[in-house]
Write a protein that binds this ligand. Structure first.
Ligand code: SAH
Ligand code: SF4
Length: 362
């Protein structure tokens, strides 16, 4: 059986692979363009390659693909795609249309190992990493039906916990011979894996979003176990050191949870914490779900917090919950469907493997 999936290669790697078979280096670029610019799904389509070469590729390699099993439309235009992978597990991508730009939120893992207390994905364990091909195939599949302007790694999983595949996927997304996304249009979100932030910055130029979510080590350590390994001081130092092109900023995500991190005192501390690097703050009112007893803040608390940041000249947006009628907000399309399929919520094993939703929570 062919085991070499061509979509698992960055262009460099594809060149090494192709020259390794004795073919010219430029053939790799041709194939790469077929895969990502023309969305070729068979070798037969690659008409600038000789018949013999195509047959050889057919024998030794394959082109993987994903098709959505379900697409759910929300009243506000948000669309959620559920993909079933070759081993039966599922992941989600969410398309969020906005006036002048359409953002696709993609997943990097099935489940997540980070265990953040407020996050549905984190309530469960990591099932597995996605391959490079599985990451880019989410984009291939959605682009067939919808134009995509921006890509955010804010779906299921911690992208920096699957760093090699995420870096490869980022290279494919931004390669002039690949998807051709400007690196300004691609954002990776992390819960704060400090050494991996450094490696990401060395490997590629992309936008970084950091899920800060609290302003003291005490609270952050309680809701985000990663903070016990990389506390605030180290995380903020990594933000300062992150190689940002000029006139760029780090997006600081702040999930607001009632009576936990929504006070003016928090707002004051937040302003101080982020003052040493260019940033924009995304306030995300906590999205309530069954897996967790936290509550969303009152509108007053959100407005007060937002206004405090504005008064301190911090660029801030409060994300409205999109797609809540299809659970895109804290997506349990996966959970809902598979629970209906017979996976009982009372069965912890099944919950762990089936109901690990939680995607693009704003
Ligand atoms: N693992 C990465 C990216 C995926 S999570 C990270 O943590 O950054 C994407 C965003 O959703 C994160 O900012 C996270 O803090 C937020 N989030 C998770 N659960 C949420 C919930 N229930 N309500 C609101 N935002 C949530
Ligand atoms: Fe994982 Fe991000 Fe959820 Fe934390 S917030 S559990 S890192 S997906």
């Amino acid at each position: 059986m062919n085991t070499v999936d061509l979509k698992n290669f960055s262009l460099d790697e594809l060149e090494a692979f192709i020259t390794g078979t004795g073919k010219e280096r430029f053939r790799a670029r041709q194939i790469f363009k077929w895969l990502y610019q023309k969305d070729a799904r068979t070798f037969g389509e690659m008409t600038n390659l000789s018949r013999e070469f195509r047959q050889e590729l057919e024998r030794t390699t394959f082109i993987s693909d994903l098709e959505p099993e379900v697409v759910e439309h929300s009243a506000d235009g948000t669309k959620k795609y559920l993909f079933r992978l070759s081993d039966g597990v599922t992941v989600e991508s969410v398309l969020i249309p906005e006036e002048d730009r359409t953002t696709l939120c993609i997943s990097s893992q099935v489940g997540c190992a980070m265990g953040c207390e407020f996050c549905l994905t984190g309530t469960f364990r990591l099932t597995r990493n996605l391959t490079t091909a599985e990451i880019v195939n989410q984009v291939c599949a959605v682009k067939r039906s919808d134009p995509v302007r921006n890509i955010v790694f804010m779906g299921m999983g911690e992208p920096l916990h699957n760093l090699d595949n995420v870096i490869r996927a980022l290279k494919i997304l931004t390669d002039p011979d690949g998807f051709q996304f400007s690196n300004r249009k691609v954002t990776v979100s992390t819960s704060g894996l400090v050494p991996q932030m450094r490696r990401l910055g060395e490997a590629v130029t992309v936008n970084l979003a950091v899920s800060l979510n609290a302003t003291t080590d005490e609270v952050r350590g309680r809701i985000m176990p990663v903070n016990r390994t990389y506390p605030l001081a180290e995380l903020l130092a990594a933000c300062r050191a992150f190689p940002l092109p000029s006139r760029r900023w780090i997006t600081v995500e702040y999930v607001m949870i009632r009576d936990l991190n929504d006070s003016l005192e928090d707002a004051r501390r937040l302003v101080r914490l982020i003052s040493t690097f260019p940033s924009k703050v995304n306030l995300i009112p906590f999205n309530e779900h069954d897996g967790c007893t936290f509550r969303t803040p009152t509108q007053d608390a959100i407005d007060r917090f937002h206004k405090y940041l504005l008064d301190k000249h911090v660029t801030v947006i409060t994300r409205s919950s999109r797609g809540s009628d299809i659970s895109a907000a804290c997506g349990q399309l996966k959970g809902r469907l598979e629970t209906a399929d017979g996976a009982r919520e009372s069965d912890p094993q099944k919950r762990a493997t089936h109901e690990s939703g939680g995607i693009c929570n704003g």
